[in-house]
Ligand binder design. Structure first.
Ligand code: ADP
Length: 291
C-alpha cells in the first residue's frame, strides 16, 4: 500500500487509466478547493486532484470539458486531460503534470497574443452547451443572443441571489444593480461571443519549463472577451507586455478602462459569495463608478 492521502480506489482508477503502476505520490500545495498530488509512474509524472464533496464529480467533469475546449482552440497550452471520474471514496481529475520554470522575457508577450487568439474562437450565442463552476460555485451558461442579457441573467443575478440568501448585500445594493441592468446594453461594445478562460487570475496559469504559458482551472464560456482582461486586472494585473501584445493582436474598443468595473462586478460578487462580506465594499465601489 502506498503511503499517501489519495484514497485507494482513486489510485486504482489512476493506475488503470495510466496502464502502469504508480511509484510515488506527493501532495502539491496551492489549491483553493481540492487536494492535489504529483504521481510518479515509470511513464512520467501526473497531476491528480481529488475531492470528496457532493458536487466534486461534476466539478471535475466540467473542468475536464473546459480544458478540452481551450485546447481545441489551439491558442494556449493546457494540461492534457487523462481521466476523471467518481469513486465511493471521492472524485478525481487526472492531468498531465506541467513542470514549471522561470518566466522568460517573452512569456507575457506569448501569453497576451495567445489569449487574443483564444478569444477569436467564437460561437453563435453567449453561453455554453452546459453549466460549469467558478471555484466551487455553480456557473450557469444558458445561451443568450446578447451579451447584456447573458451577463445579467447567467452571471450577475445568480450571484446576487446567493448574496441575498446569505444577507451579505442590502436592498439598496439590489436597487443599484437594477439601475446597472438598464444601462448594461449601452455600456459594453457589441462583439462576437469569445471563448474565455473565465477565471483568469494569477493562480490560474503556469509557466512551463519551455517558457510557455499554460492555462489551468478554467470556468469557460463564450462571453465578452473583456471578461478575461478584467479578471486579470482585479488583483494588481499581469505585466504590461501581456496587455500590449493582446492589444497588438486584437485591439480593444475605446473606453475599456471605464468598462472595467462592469466585468469585475461578477468576480467581486463571486468573492463575496465564496469568501464573505469583506468584498462588499469593492462591489459597492465598482457599482458606484457605473450608475
Ligand atoms: P484548485 O482546483 O484546488 O484551485 P489548482 O488547479 O489551482 O487547484 O491546483 C493547485 C496547484 O497545483 C496550483 O496552484 C498549481 O501550482 C498546481 N497545478 C495545477 N495544475 C497543475 C498541473 N497540471 N501540473 C502541475 N501543477 C499543477
Amino acid at each position: 500500500m502506498l503511503p499517501s492521502q489519495v484514497p485507494a480506489e482513486i489510485l486504482l482508477r489512476c493506475r488503470d487509466i495510466l496502464g502502469t503502476d504508480i511509484r510515488s505520490v506527493q501532495p502539491v500545495s496551492g489549491g483553493d478547493i481540492n487536494q492535489a498530488f504529483r504521481l510518479e509512474a515509470p511513464t512520467g509524472s501526473f497531476f491528480l486532484k481529488t475531492n470528496t464533496g457532493p458536487q466534486a464529480g461534476r466539478m471535475f467533469g466540467t473542468e475536464a470539458a473546459g480544458l478540452g475546449l481551450l485546447a481545441s482552440a489551439g491558442a494556449l497550452r493546457t494540461p492534457a486531460v487523462l481521466g476523471f471520474g467518481e469513486t465511493p471514496q471521492g472524485a478525481f481529475l487526472l492531468l498531465e503534470f506541467i513542470e514549471t520554470g522561470f518566466r522568460p522575457p517573452v512569456f507575457w508577450e506569448k501569453f497576451g497574443t495567445g489569449l487574443a487568439h483564444l478569444h477569436r474562437s467564437s460561437a453563435e450565442k453567449f453561453g455554453l452547451g452546459h453549466d460549469n463552476f467558478i471555484g466551487s460555485l455553480p456557473q450557469s451558461n444558458s445561451q443568450h443572443d446578447t451579451w447584456a442579457s447573458f451577463y445579467i441573467h447567467e452571471r450577475l443575478l445568480p450571484q446576487l441571489d446567493l448574496a441575498k440568501q446569505s444577507n451579505r448585500l442590502q436592498s439598496a445594493d439590489f436597487q443599484d444593480f437594477e439601475i446597472l441592468f438598464k444601462k448594461l446594453p449601452d455600456l459594453c461594445p457589441a462583439e462576437p461571443p469569445a471563448l474565455t478562460h473565465g477565471d483568469l487570475w494569477s493562480g490560474n496559469f503556469l509557466c512551463s519549463t519551455a517558457g510557455q504559458p499554460v492555462l489551468i482551472d478554467p470556468a469557460v464560456s463564450y462571453a465578452h472577451r473583456e471578461m478575461d482582461l478584467a479578471m486579470s486586472r482585479l488583483f494588481g494585473g499581469f505585466e504590461r507586455p501581456f496587455y500590449r501584445s493582446y492589444e497588438a493582436a486584437w485591439p480593444l474598443a475605446p473606453g475599456f478602462e471605464q468598462r472595467l468595473p462592469v466585468y469585475q462586478l461578477y468576480y467581486l460578487l463571486v468573492h463575496v459569495n465564496l469568501f464573505g462580506g469583506g468584498y462588499v465594499g469593492s462591489v459597492r465601489s465598482a457599482l458606484g463608478q457605473l450608475i
